[in-house]
Design a protein around this ligand. Structure first.
Ligand code: AMP
Ligand code: MG
Length: 478
């Protein structure tokens, strides 16, 4: 399909008028393509040649409007750091339409009714972070929104200093957030709340249509997908950093990439968000906060459903999360089955890693070639005793595997990535981009897309994070 053959639909606009607001994207000055996601274009059925045309840049810049596009912003509310904010909404994201189930959004395309005092823009650094990270999560097999392209510009945007504006064309099978429900519940707009529930079920859980207890099953599925998503974050070492309810997806996706981080050295108390003074969104607290957020959603759904029934469902969140997490960790450890007591093996390992100053990703990648020789693993940490103790238990557990050592290695190398996009790597790409060189964006895109492959030319990114850059905090400003 060529760009001029694109036909977009706007299913969200079928919802009551209070749910959305028409908006015209405000283009950036002197836009240019920084990177386009060819695999994503193929998924959409778009010719990859079309990505490298002026028309495509105009499309991402909101200047070229495909047939059927009726741009709008969505409203939502949210609990930010535990405090309810009744009106948020797409302050700098313009929805331009839907193509084969993907809802397209221009992030950074100017002010909307929900911008409040914001400028509706996104700066280059935060756009590069979102663009690359959503692809990295996808490459790791973690549910996420995606991105088709990023454009830069000569448009000045003021944050703490003057920076350049950029736009990411991002896509998702759903942009409905926990906070979208909170918005209507707070306003006591129960008709809209019900219409939204019907919409979200049709969009994300169509198999529930026709079920007698449809709304309860919908809530149960959101609980379940959230539990499984957070288990994936914890297993891979991803710290989202801003788990406000407006950044929680009803579809169970990782959404809204801000001051996130992959752990460098393992630290369950890691805080990646500079404004998170008390560690509400610390790495180790993510599973708890997700439950808190599900309870906020439960309150928002209460006009549609008895609270006691939802309470019974959300009570199962902890079990579901823990089962999924232990199962993922057993996969990371190369154990063929999960057995009673494996949770202790995992706890023992995390206890050993905490304080050893061991790079989380490198540890599992090294363990993926463990053949009884402990040296490569012991060399990763400062002290040997805690790791030796754990390896004694691990050796015992490995005895129950039926496959060969080679089979275990092969499976682990497909489970434990060689590459994750750590913040220092992204920063290198951003520094170069701010000087006008985008090669590192392309390089990081390539490892993000296929993080389990060896990519020998990028091996320098598979080691420990240089000490000065480890576990740093980032500001929310973007
Ligand atoms: P975030 O922290 O990016 O999830 O954003 C929280 C809220 O602030 C959302 O409603 C955003 O749309 C809004 N927002 C963030 N940055 C801007 C901006 N530059 N201009 C207008 N609204 C913004
Ligand atoms: Mg957000």
């Amino acid at each position: 399909m060529k760009l001029n053959e694109l036909k977009l639909t706007n299913p969200y606009l079928a919802l009551p008028q209070e749910c959305h607001d028409p908006v015209s994207p405000s283009p950036l000055n002197e836009p240019f393509l920084i990177h386009a996601n060819e695999p994503m274009a193929k998924e959409l059925g778009l010719d990859t040649d079309a990505l490298y045309t002026d028309d495509f840049v105009a499309f991402v810049n909101g200047e070229y409007r495909p047939e059927g596009s009726e741009p709008f912003a969505m409203c939502y509310a949210g609990h930010q750091f535990g405090h309810f904010v009744p009106r948020l909404g797409d302050g700098r994201a313009v929805n331009i339409g839907t193509l084969t189930g993907w809802h397209l959004q221009l992030k950074g395309a100017g002010v909307t009714k929900y911008s409040r005092s914001g400028d509706g823009r996104a700066v280059l650094r935060s756009s590069i972070r979102e663009y690359l990270m959503s692809e990295s999560m996808h490459g790791l097999g973690i549910p996420t929104t995606r991105a088709l392209a990023i454009i830069g510009s000569n448009h000045s945007v003021y944050r703490q200093e003057w920076e350049k504006g950029a736009i990411v064309l991002r896509l998702s099978p759903s942009w409905v957030r926990f906070g979208t429900f909170e918005y209507f519940a707070h306003k006591k707009r129960h008709k809209e709340l019900e219409a939204l529930a019907e919409y979200a079920i049709a969009e994300s859980y169509p198999h529930l249509n026709g079920e007698k207890e449809k709304y309860l099953m919908f809530f149960a599925e959101v609980v379940s997908r959230t539990a499984r998503l957070i288990a994936q974050w914890q297993a891979v070492g991803f710290n989202h950093g801003v788990m406000n309810t407006d950044n929680m997806s009803i579809h169970g996706l990782t959404i809204d990439y801000g001051p996130y981080a992959f752990l460098d050295v393992y630290d369950r108390n890691n805080i990646c968000n500079h404004t998170d003074a008390y560690g509400r969104y610390s790495f180790g607290n993510q599973p708890n906060v997700a439950e808190w957020n599900l309870r906020a959603l439960m309150q928002a759904l209460s006009p549609l459903l008895p609270l006691e029934k939802m309470e019974a469902v959300v009570a199962g969140y902890g079990r579901e999360y823990a089962d999924e997490y232990v199962s993922l960790m057993c996969q990371k450890l190369g154990l063929e089955r999960v057995e009673e007591g494996d949770i202790d093996l995992v706890r023992h390992l995390l206890g050993a890693l905490q304080g050893l100053n061991v790079d989380y990703t490198l540890f599992f990648r090294t363990l993926s070639r463990y053949d009884g020789n402990r040296k490569p693993i012991l060399a990763l940490g400062l002290y040997h005793t805690p790791m030796n103790d754990w390896l004694d238990s691990y050796d015992e557990c490995l005895k129950r595997n039926e496959g060969t050592q080679q089979e275990r290695h092969d499976a682990m190398l497909q489970t434990n990535p060689k590459y994750v996009l750590k913040n220092y790597m992204l920063q290198e790409a951003i520094d170069a981009a701010e000087e006008g060189s985008y090669k590192l964006v392309d390089d990081l895109f390539r490892i993000a897309h296929d993080p389990f492959a060896e990519h020998p030319e990028f091996a320098h990114w598979a080691g420990e994070t240089p000490e000065v850059y480890r576990n740093q905090k980032l500001s929310c400003s973007s």
